[in-house]
Design a protein around this ligand. Structure first.
Ligand code: DGL
Length: 270
């Protein structure tokens, strides 16, 4: 009896959240490391970009999202695959909900440990770049090194549109990476989960001497370790359901392009 009950609990899904398709860059790493977990991927595309919202707005969005995932999908854990939402809401979410939670923060620590030139750069949304979280990360790990902190308005929106070959992407990247290119930065922190999808375009601009550092694998490892600690690892089939508050058709099209396999999302009204 106990075993059956335990198994049932283990197979409940993990909620993975982003404002849009960017969180898929974290999701692919979760999927690789945890193939037996069932996932519900949720994108709040009605409200994207989060990077231009206030803390008050973000907290309101996130309460609605977690309530929905908890009540309708009975999630056992919540992964915030969004730096902006993590920076401004994770404290409040942890206080409000009892379930284990994983947040995504710009990977300043490994970048600062890996730099040989003594200069690193962080690119993120305007909100993240101005957040207390990033200031604290720079304070904690930026000692004795130069840290360029660059807020990139609109960059996530180019990924939302899906066409990564678009000249607009290159134009924006050149603008935001100008300072990086003119410095001796050797580690670039991708502080928004949309940006790993721009890796090839970024590498073309900065060349091979700059290492691009994202949080995907670390988030996946942390998620696995929390599942182990709470003894809630799944032995399930590894299913994924996708939901968006925006257009299901648009999400499905862009997500299918980014992940290179067919994805079908459902629209949800919160
Ligand atoms: N992908 C999100 C992040 O990591 C934010 C994108 C947005 O501005 O909505 O910060």
């Amino acid at each position: 009896m106990l075993d059956i009950k335990k198994k049932k609990i283990n197979n409940r899904p993990i909620g993975v959240f982003d404002s849009g398709v960017g969180g898929l860059s974290i999701f692919v790493e979760l999927k690789k490391l945890l193939p037996h977990e069932n996932f519900v991927f949720f994108a709040d595309q009605k409200n994207v970009p989060y990077g231009e919202k206030s803390k008050k707005e973000l907290v309101g969005f996130m309460y609605k999202v977690v309530d929905y995932l908890k009540d309708k999908h009975d999630i056992k854990m919540f992964v915030i695959a969004c730096n902006t939402a993590t920076c401004f809401t994770i404290k409040g979410l942890r206080a409000r909900y009892a379930m284990p939670m994983v947040g995504t923060e710009p990977a300043v620590k490994p970048a600062s440990q890996g730099t040989k030139t003594g200069t690193i750069a962080i690119i993120s949304t305007p909100a993240t770049s101005k957040s207390k979280t990033v200031k604290k990360l720079i304070n904690d790990y930026g000692n004795g090194i130069t840290v360029l902190n660059i807020g990139c308005k609109n960059l996530e929106n180019t990924v939302e549109k899906g066409n990564l070959e678009n000249p607009e992407v290159n134009k924006l990247l050149r603008k935001y990476l100008k300072e990086v290119k003119n410095s001796n930065t050797d580690q670039l922190v991708l502080g928004c989960t949309h940006y790993p999808f721009l890796k090839i375009a970024i590498e073309k601009i900065l060349g091979p001497s700059v290492k691009l550092v994202d949080s995907g694998q670390a988030i996946a490892r942390h998620t696995r370790s929390l599942l182990q600690t709470h003894k809630i690892l799944s032995k399930g089939k590894g299913t994924t359901a996708y939901f968006t508050t925006g257009s299901a058709k648009k999400f499905s099209k862009v997500a299918s392009e980014l992940l290179k396999h067919k994805i079908k999302a459902n629209k949800i009204k919160l």
